[in-house]
Design a protein around this ligand. Sequence first.
Ligand code: GDP
Ligand code: MG
Length: 177
Amino acid sequence: EEEEVVEEEYLFKVVIIGDSAVGKSNLLSRYARNEFNLHSKATIGVEFQTQSVDVDGKEVKAQIWDTAGQERFRAVTSAYYRGALGALLVYDISRCSTFDSIARWLDELNTHSDTTVTRMLVGNKCDLETLREVSVEEGKALAEAKGLFFIETSALDSTNVKTAFEIVIKEIYNNVS
Ligand code: GDP
Ligand code: MG
């Protein structure tokens, strides 16, 4: 009998959460299309972008979801989280209120998904060093306390954007394969 070689397919859902205007939509547009918008409005229509990543020679597809502005009304629904294997919890390093909100976002994530979800704490807008309100140490400490990966990014100048998504995608791959 001939052995059948089946190409495995990997499709991972990753969600981006965090307060309004922390840069979630720009992180996604920078990663998926290398685009940045200075005056971005809530994206209408586009729910997610699919991005292919090579992991250990395998093609992995990440379906990355953006809230499309629902977070403004605290109305991110359970459908948004359903089936997610990864999450980026984003705050803005120049607004400490967005960092304080992370605990609430983490609670919401925990309510809607199980603990095996790969979680990355993302301090975005690290280009705004002169306006910084949250230190790197505070970010690291929270991540350690809550068992999250941690990275600072800038969707504006591209710092660590690809790395942030790909650490999450590779970790999911390692967990499922
Ligand atoms: P969202 O509401 O979380 O999706 O945030 P947006 O992606 O719409 O961004 C909100 C605002 O922050 C926009 O004016 C963006 O241009 C700006 N922004 C997003 N990312 C960065 C960044 O890394 N650095 C700076 N300086 N501004 C950013
Ligand atoms: Mg947005």
